[in-house]
Write a protein that binds this ligand. Structure first.
Ligand SMILES: Cc1cc2nc3c(=O)[nH]c(=O)nc-3n(C[C@H](O)[C@H](O)[C@H](O)COP(=O)(O)OP(=O)(O)OC[C@H]3O[C@@H](n4cnc5c(N)ncnc54)[C@H](O)[C@@H]3O)c2cc1C
Length: 344
């Protein structure tokens, strides 16, 4: 939807087909607008993420204005607790222009980190796409492409053909699979994330709290998210009782006031996993008019404004505002395979 939005703002006409599969990541995520421990990531990740963090206030405001739906952008800050914070992390933040303060317990306070509320964000973006003249085909599965040589002529949805001059394949975790005869995007794997939700009144937290791979995210109306697992479980988008119990224990350990409260909801999403969390934003090597944008893994919401800007620049043959090489199909092929997802 961010690519559709960016193209519509360039005066292009866009139709978006979305099956809304169970596990859709953009609906399921936490909406934290920053890599967790950004100093652990490469420049290729942080370039897209930091540009996205700067762009989101305007993007969210425009989506709200166009759609009449509030995606709940909230610069609430993030507290990183725990013994694994090195003093070098503070120096890294200073060097990269990310405001940071050391805490007496050895943690770090990152006041600029903001959040969006995912289901409201996707509703607002969908409304903005429609308001700008785009067409969204809901519950529409693209099963293949009709080709003529290196040109894609139409996308097939059952018996219906959708013709266009240019196509983009943004199938998230599913972009790593064959689409009809189309070669899959290299090294993309579903990475399941399970999440818990607590009711308003169960806590007084007003900022994001992170420790040892686990986070708590309060929403503006008092709901609280606790997440998340990172699991290589194929396309299984179910939750598992043992993982939910472990998340609840971690939530109570980090915020003791949650003890005695039970989560009111749980769900799982499938992230489009990629080695080193580096997305693929490039032309498909087999087709002249087919583009791909996927593999944003843990930070697709954070990266969306920057990622879609780059995609549109490449598509319209405009000078890219940042070096596209790390996001190329070739780079994805050459990247040394999969490390443990938990290390990302
Ligand atoms: C638990 C969890 C927590 C997260 N937390 C954060 C966070 O705090 N911050 C952050 O920045 N990111 C976070 N993420 C990651 C972020 O959500 C993803 O990187 C991002 O949403 C990926 O967007 P996408 O559009 O590529 O994939 P998706 O949102 O999964 O969209 C892909 C879409 O393609 C559709 N599709 C697939 N195949 C077809 C087909 N054949 N025909 C039609 N439609 C099809 C699917 O139905 C789906 O709707 C989190 C993810 C999860 C799961």
């Amino acid at each position: 939807m961010s690519a559709a939005h960016a193209l519509l703002r360039q005066g292009q006409s866009v139709t978006l087909a979305d099956l809304r599969r169970r596990g859709q990541s953009s609906w399921a995520g936490a909406g934290i607008l920053c890599p967790l421990l950004p100093w652990n990531y490469t420049d290729a990740v942080n370039r897209l993420a930091f540009e996205g963090m700067r762009a989101w206030p305007d993007w969210a405001a425009e989506a709200a204005r166009l759609s009449g739906r509030d995606p709940e952008y909230w610069p609430c800050g993030m507290e990183v607790r725990g013994g694994d914070i090195e003093p070098q992390a503070l120096a890294w933040c200073r060097q990269h222009g990310l405001a940071a303060e050391g805490r007496p317990d050895g943690g770090i306070w990152l006041p600029q980190v903001a959040q969006l509320r995912n289901p409201r964000l996707t509703a607002a973006l969908a409304g903005a796409v429609t308001a700008l003249g785009g067409t969204i085909l809901p519950e529409c599965e693209i099963s293949g492409l009709r080709q003529s040589g290196r040109t894609v002529v139409s996308a097939l949805a059952g018996q219906v053909e959708h013709a266009a001059d240019v196509f983009i394949w943004t199938g998230g975790a599913w972009a790593g699979q064959m689409l009809g005869q189309l070669s899959p995007v290299p090294n993309i794997r579903p990475m399941r994330g399970q999440m818990l939700l607590y009711a308003p009144g169960s806590h007084n937290l007003r900022h994001i709290l992170y420790r040892d791979g686990f986070y708590l995210v309060p929403r503006r109306d008092g709901h609280l998210l606790a997440g998340s697992t990172v699991e290589d479980a194929g396309f299984d988008a179910d939750t598992a009782p043992d993982a939910l119990a472990a998340l609840h224990r971690a939530a109570c350990a980090l915020l003791p006031e949650l003890s005695g409260h039970r989560p009111i909801l749980s769900w799982a999403g499938l992230r489009p996993g990629s080695p080193d969390n580096i997305p693929v934003i490039d032309r498909h090597p087999d087709h002249d008019n087919l583009w791909v944008s996927t593999g944003h893994f843990r930070y697709g919401v954070t990266m969306a404004p920057a990622s879609s800007r780059l995609l549109v620049e490449l598509m319209l043959d405009a000078p890219p505002h940042l070096d596209p090489a790390p996001y190329s199909w070739q780079a994805a092929l050459a990247r040394p395979g999969w490390r443990s997802a938990a290390a990302c």
